[in-house]
Design a protein around this ligand. Structure first.
Ligand SMILES: *Cc1c(COP(=O)(O)O)cnc(C)c1O
Length: 412
């Protein structure tokens, strides 16, 4: 190993965020490097969910919409997430899933830029983002075009025909960060609108939507934000677009007065018009606990720790990569990296399964990516060391070649 384990122990001792680990349930014997896919369970969430179920739903029943403030959960949590992404409190709401929110903002952006027909995106964007754009184009008519280009071609592809630039800030495959400020600037110079998917950035690094002058953004609640499996997502609409924001999923919760039970749809003022139907109260209550932890932590300290964690992992696995035909596809340059490290190997799947069997949980992304996420709120430097050590051992011993590790599960 390129560093002794005592090096990692020393980094833990001087880690100003170390105490946050106690605020989570982390099973014994598990090194969890998948917080970028499903965040860990905060201690508070369990208590809070029991309370919501028993005291609010169980005792107060329907009155809880008012007495427990259920109806305000989407905007209340939205205002908290706003602090993590450089937005104003009234520009973010929590509702539906990332996919659905993307559909809403993309539809509105195309309508707002109605003379143009091209959506520019990155080839390696998360598939649901591409699928949603394809579905919307199918609905709108085929003169719309989705242009997916490689990362290096994004800026030069944006031109006077571009209606919307739709991108994910941190790539889910290789962990590479796109330059939000520069791309947004370029898009605006050409008269295009921007949509940023923050699913792999929020809670792992500082994001400043308003500094970048971003138009729209969406992001996931169950990854670094630790909101729980299938947690609702958030949507950001810059204030300057609120009046023109017009999304097609015009459900009653996005109405100006849902309880007037009017026959005619009139959109709510502001960000509330991004909502559609009834908020999932249990899921929102869980998400709020996850988000609250981030408000206690300094986001710059989080980013710094995240970079140190990934730096250490990269340093430790590089010699292993060389010896065992793995390739590092995450940038070694800090500014270009999110909070994950990805390696490729022709037999990536059984290697990941063998690691999981040893309690080191990462994931596999087709066709050949071994992906390791580093959630700075609850990971220790010794976890990084132990994970790299386990990877080296598995490859050295050939343990991963056992047949059991080759059987594909439904979810990888
Ligand atoms: C995880 C993720 C999603 C997930 O969307 P869902 O609607 O919650 O399934 C979307 N986009 C990106 C970039 C993601 O990483």
């Amino acid at each position: 190993m390129s560093y002794p384990r005592t090096h990692a122990e020393a980094l833990d001792e001087s880690d100003p965020l170390a105490h946050f680990r106690e605020r989570f349930f982390i099973p014994d014997g598990v090194i969890y490097l998948d917080g970028n896919s499903l965040g860990a369970l905060p201690q508070q969430t369990k208590t809070r969910i029991e309370q919501v179920v028993q005291e609010e739903w169980g005792s107060q029943l329907i009155q809880s919409w008012n007495t427990a403030g259920w109806i305000d959960l989407p905007t209340r949590i939205g205002a908290k997430i706003a602090k993590l992404i450089g937005a104003n409190a009234d520009e973010v709401v929590v509702t539906d899933s990332t996919s659905i929110n993307l559909f809403k903002v993309l539809a509105s952006a195309l309508k707002q830029n109605a003379a143009r027909r091209v959506i520019v995106t990155e080839k390696e964007n998360f598939p649901t983002d591409l699928y949603i754009a394809q579905g919307l184009i199918d609905l709108l008519g085929h003169d719309y075009e989705l242009r997916w280009v490689s990362r290096g071609e994004i800026e030069s592809t944006i031109d006077e025909r571009t209606a919307v630039v739709m991108l994910t800030h941190v790539n889910y495959r290789n962990g590479r960060v796109l330059d939000m400020d520069a791309i947004t600037k370029r898009a605006h110079e050409k008269g295009a609108l921007t949509i940023w998917d923050l699913s792999h950035s929020v809670g792992a690094m500082s994001v400043d939507l308003n500094r970048a002058n971003a138009d729209f953004a969406v992001g996931c609640g169950y990854k670094y934000l630790n909101g729980g499996p299938g947690a609702p997502a958030f949507v950001f609409v810059a204030k300057r677009h609120h009046e023109d924001f017009s999304q097609p999923l015009t459900g009653w919760l996005g109405h100006a007065q849902p309880f007037a039970f009017d026959w005619q749809y009139t959109p709510a003022e502001g960000i509330a018009r991004a909502m559609c139907g009834t908020p999932p109260v249990l899921s929102l209550s869980a998400l709020e606990c996850g988000v609250d932890l981030f408000l206690e932590a300094d986001i710059n300290a989080l980013r710094e720790k995240s970079l140190r964690l990934t730096d250490l992992f990269i340093a430790l696995v590089q010699p292993i990569c060389k010896k065992h035909q793995l390739e590092l596809i995450t940038p070694t340059e800090q500014a270009q990296r999110g909070s994950q490290v990805s390696l490729t190997h022709a037999r990536g799947y059984p290697i990941i399964r063998a690691l999981i069997a040893r309690g080191v949980i990462g994931d596999f992304r087709a066709p050949n990516i071994l992906r390791f996420g580093f959630a700075p709120l609850y990971l220790r430097f010794v976890d990084v060391w132990d994970a790299a050590y386990a990877l080296g051992e598995i490859l050295e011993s050939g343990d991963w070649r056992r047949d059991v590790f080759d059987q594909k599960e439904k979810v990888t």
